[in-house]
Design a protein around this ligand. Structure first.
Ligand SMILES: Cc1cc2nc3c(=O)[nH]c(=O)nc-3n(C[C@H](O)[C@H](O)[C@H](O)COP(=O)(O)OP(=O)(O)OC[C@H]3O[C@@H](n4cnc5c(N)ncnc54)[C@H](O)[C@@H]3O)c2cc1C
Length: 433
């Protein structure tokens, strides 16, 4: 069976690697000329995404990825701050968390190596054609076509393939826009470095403003003690942040800016919404060329709305079907798990135990559930952000967060006092006993 994959992003490359590993013929076409020319943020892969990768790639490829990953369990607990930098709460303990963080560039580059010459960079697919027997072809701008038995759209949130199948867009803007960037910890003041710590966190403000700050350190927090084989592009403690705002004509204008002009505009936009200057140091000290805008698009979180087409010899996976805002950090993991599911179903076709339409239908049914789960998780944050953009929501956020911060400080002081008080009580108990 020959499988054509439109899109060599995370999902398309994971699928191609898995298909090759199990003896399928595969051709991947991606419009990017170089796989390393991809966004500079990091990807969190949970235990399920890693298990799927283990199915898809050869052990030596997985080893290369894990050598370049940092372990979530080595990070301090996540934090929630207000716009003045006051701590509101800590997230759950991470000691038992099996998740890993990896540079997106490293993930894509290593997966591309697993696909080898079957990846065709610099090829933009512009349409789909069908032979008389229904066999699908990818069509290119110059009219050339490449035919296969199955065509898979792994072409991301603005998928041409999913649009062809669904007869229209499969997702829509959420009304939130994100700007991400990278800041080496060594560029921050000692005070800010200490406040942020070796943890990821989120700062919230009124009017749907938020600042996610992810901590990535594939060296200090390396998953494996294997410095020789490390391919991470991040070589020291780094904060990878995402500034979030409601979409408006002002954010449209910001999207046209680059480098230091965009960085200044972000600082001004937060300043107008009452954010303390010191909490924005991570933006102020960012590498200007790393700053980029991402519009948060989302598909429907209802499983029955996803992949709304009859199963056949053209299908799609990943963001093409269940485009997910990055607020849950699960989109790439879901695309990888889609790929593992499709490979498993196609292997059943190859072994003669099922037919292609049945295998594709079973894969799409599994993907609907997975996509819905991912979207429900990601939309929780988006909905909550949008709620702070009403007059009431903004007032509640502005008044409630200082109270929460004070409650957290008091709680900490109480916990700090408690051991001493308990020791004194213990002394008394022992003396009286
Ligand atoms: C700032 C940010 C942080 C994120 N963090 C995380 C995280 O921590 N964990 C996580 O799991 N997910 C995360 N995500 C989400 C994740 O990046 C996506 O969900 C994931 O990349 C989707 O994979 P995909 O293969 O479906 O699409 P993509 O990775 O977007 O790949 C699509 C590919 O198709 C190609 N393409 C598009 N159209 C065509 C065409 N017509 N012809 C040829 N090629 C085409 C593109 O060049 C691209 O390479 C984050 C996203 C953002 C924006």
């Amino acid at each position: 069976m020959h499988v054509i994959i439109v899109g060599g992003g995370i999902g398309g490359l994971a699928l191609a690697a898995g298909l090759r590993r199990h003896g399928f013929e595969v051709s991947v076409f991606d419009r990017d000329r170089d796989v390393a020319e991809t966004a500079g943020y990091h990807i969190t892969l949970d235990g399920r995404a890693q298990a799927a990768l283990r199915e898809l790639v050869a052990p030596e490829i997985l080893e290369r990825l894990l050598r370049s990953a940092s372990a979530l369990r080595l990070r301090d607990r996540d934090a929630l701050w207000d716009r003045r930098g006051h701590l509101l709460a800590f997230g759950p303990r991470l000691e038992d968390n099996p998740g890993v963080d990896i540079d997106r560039i490293t993930l894509r580059t290593v997966l591309a190596d697993a696909v080898g010459p079957d990846l065709h960079p610099g090829w933009t697919v512009t349409g789909i054609a069908r032979a008389a027997d229904g066999a699908p072809s990818a069509v290119f701008a110059d009219g050339a076509a490449h035919q296969g038995d199955l065509l898979v759209g792994a072409d991301g949130a603005h998928s041409m393939v999913a649009r062809y199948l669904a007869g229209g867009p499969t997702n829509e803007p959420t009304g939130i826009i994100g700007f991400s960037g990278r800041t080496g910890a060594e560029h921050l003041s000692a005070a800010e470095r200490q406040r942020l710590g070796a943890r990821s966190g989120m700062a919230i403000g009124p009017h749907a403003t938020a600042l996610y700050i992810g901590f990535l350190d594939p060296v200090g927090n390396a998953l494996l003690d294997a410095p020789a084989g490390r391919e991470a592009i991040t070589t020291g403690p780094t904060y990878i942040w995402g500034a979030m705002f409601p979409e408006s004509s002002a954010t449209d204008a910001m999207r046209t800016l680059r480098g230091t002009a965009l960085r200044s505009a972000l600082l001004t936009a937060f300043g107008h919404r009452g954010w303390s200057r010191h909490t924005l140091e991570v933006i102020d000290r960012a590498e200007p060329s790393s700053i980029a805008a991402f519009r948060f698009n989302a598909a429907s979180p209802r499983a029955q709305d996803l992949a709304p087409w009859a199963a056949g010899s053209v299908t799609a996976l990943g963001d093409a079907v269940h485009a997910t805002p990055p607020t849950a950090g699960m989109g790439a993991g879901a695309a990888i798990r889609d790929a593992a599911s499709l490979v498993a179903n196609l292997r059943a076709v190859a072994s003669g135990t099922t037919t292609l339409p049945v295998a594709v239908s079973s894969f799409e049914a599994e993907m609907r559930i997975r996509g819905s789960e991912t979207l429900v998780a990601a939309m929780r944050t988006v909905r909550w952000m949008r709620a702070t953009d009403t007059r009431l929501g903004a007032a509640v956020t502005a008044t409630a967060t200082p109270v929460l911060a004070a409650a957290h400080r008091l709680g900490r002081r109480h916990r700090a006092d408690r051991p001493a008080a308990e020791a004194r009580t213990g002394d008394r108990v022992r003396r009286h006993g």
